[in-house]
Design a protein around this ligand. Structure first.
Ligand SMILES: *[C@@H]1O[C@H](CO)[C@@H](O)[C@H](O)[C@H]1NC(C)=O
Ligand SMILES: *[C@@H]1O[C@H](CO)[C@@H](O)[C@H](O)[C@H]1NC(C)=O
Length: 461
């Protein structure tokens, strides 16, 4: 019987392309607050959102434990004051890795190690640039010896201050004093296939130059476009910042080698010091909503339109113990008590069919791990892979897929991730709901919120 159903299904699904490719969003999870929800709560809640990558600022064992088997990838960090230690010997790096990372893998999907944060721009003379590179190399050696170098990438997030000039984007270069260090870092990144990480904040550029920078341009809005002499037109400052980094990389001779750029932080504060008039909930909502759309769009920047940029929003929480001006403590989407600072939609169409209200606070729908559990396609999972999983489930996998055919209750939305979610869940339920029954080569995600919607009912054991 299954074969009979398989044929019309393939017919239905293949000619519909191009399907919307769903990419997901990363978020920075800082913990400099004394009022934050437990890592376990955070992990459970993020599972039913579009967020599928989380970056932290240390190797907090409670967080690494909480995100085990969550379907969410984690980037951990070596704190700035620990870089020198790891750079000292290969065995220091080995010790760090075996104490802090090894106990949590593979259950926790650790995909990156950020070595230091804005290390080269701290202005602290004790931060030796050579130690940064040596620490990165030592950690890479550890990964190589354990066969983990393809899964875990090593990089270091830079601030925009590493540039001598950022405008026009096509003429940007790194600060002269940093060029030798940058050359070594870029060689390392190119050799290991790791991304160049940059923390890019149009907010600060606007705050410091409100008369020369338009607010719409900083807010990722549709300004009339800023023209680069090489012909590129920038409708938003974040793209210009990314391309400034791209040009600086090319100017050191790495133009021909593919080094992917990752925005390791970007965001907008909802509150600031009295002079920071642009720090408002409205502007923060506008910026972060557009940033999320951008992260999901698969689009690159004017210089490289097809080179998708991975983006990590800053930040999940307002952190009441963070030092610096008031804006530093107000970049979060959520307050420490879990309430929303303003409304930003993180709901995930395929993780939860009924656009779930996401939140931590009182009155928000908290998803508790309970007896009910479902399996869906990861929102960002590769489409070809997901199509293959769908074909498998509805064919050899023995799932009755009639509901996802035309006229079936789950035909709409007519998207491969949605149809696959239905089939993957049915397969998972049929086989006893073991977590490995929802693996599907890494494309499945266990969720605790019912993905059913309208008359489309996801089965449950
Ligand atoms: C590095 O850190 C480890 C563990 O904290 C410590 O035992 C070791 O002495 C440190 N090494 C150096 C060179 O500071
Ligand atoms: C920006 O403006 C152009 C031209 O007016 C328009 O085609 C485009 O849809 C606008 N984009 C956004 C995001 O508003």
């Amino acid at each position: 019987m299954a074969i009979v159903y398989l044929i019309p299904l393939l017919f239905l699904l293949h000619p519909l392309g191009p399907f919307l490719t769903v990419s997901a969003v990363g978020i920075n999870y800082g913990t400099l607050g004394n009022n934050l929800p437990s890592p376990k709560t955070v992990a459970q809640l993020l599972q039913s959102t579009i967020v599928d990558k989380v970056k932290i600022y240390d190797t907090n064992p409670q967080i690494l434990q909480a995100f085990s088997n969550s379907g969410i990838d984690i980037i951990v960090a070596v704190e700035n004051n620990h870089v020198a230690n790891i750079s000292s010997t290969k065995s220091a790096a080995e010790d760090w890795f075996s104490a802090r990372i090894a106990p949590f893998i593979p259950a926790t999907s650790i995909v990156g190690i950020a070595v230091g944060n804005e290390y080269l721009a701290t202005g602290d003379d004790s931060m030796d640039p050579n130690a940064l590179i040596q620490a990165m190399q030592n950690l890479h050696e550890v990964l190589l010896s354990r066969g983990l170098d393809r899964k875990i990438k090593i990089s270091t997030p830079h601030s925009m201050a590493v540039l001598a000039t950022s405008f026009p984007p096509s003429a940007s270069t790194f600060a002269t004093t940093l060029m030798p260090t940058m050359t070594s870092i870029l060689t390392f990144l190119a050799d290991t296939g790791s991304p160049f990480m940059v923390n890019a904040y149009p907010y600060f550029a606007y705050r410091d130059n409100p008369t020369t920078v338009s607010l719409e341009y900083a807010l990722l809005g549709n300004s009339s476009g800023v023209h680069d002499p090489k012909g590129y037109v920038y409708t938003n400052m974040l793209d210009a910042q990314i391309d400034a980094i791209r040009s600086a990389i090319a100017s050191l001779g790495f133009g021909g080698r593919s080094i992917h750029i990752m925005v390791s932080e970007s965001g907008w504060p909802s509150k600031g010091e009295p002079g920071e008039t642009a720090a408002s909930p409205d502007n923060a909502k506008t910026y972060n909503t557009r940033l999320i759309t951008k992260a999901q769009s698969n689009k690159g920047t004017p210089m490289k339109p097809n080179d998708k940029i991975d983006i990590f929003l800053f930040a999940l929480f307002n952190e009441n113990k963070k030092e610096g001006g008031a804006s530093e403590r107000n970049f979060g989407l959520f307050n420490g008590d879990g309430s929303k600072v303003y409304d930003v939609d993180l709901s995930c169409e395929f993780c939860s069919g009924s656009k779930m209200e996401f939140g931590f606070g009182p009155g928000s729908k908290v998803v508790q791990r309970g007896p009910s559990v479902w399996c869906v396609a990861k929102p960002h999972a590769d489409e070809k892979l997901v199509q293959g999983v769908l074909d498998f489930c509805c064919g050899p996998g023995g799932v009755d897929c009639r509901e996802v055919y035309e006229n079936g209750a789950c035909f709409g939305p007519n998207k491969v991730h949605a149809h696959a979610s239905y089939a993957m869940n049915a397969y998972y339920q049929m086989h006893g709901r073991n977590y490995w029954n929802c693996d599907f080569k890494g494309s499945g995600l266990v969720t605790f919120s019912d993905p059913s919607y309208g008359s489309c009912k996801y089965s449950q054991q």
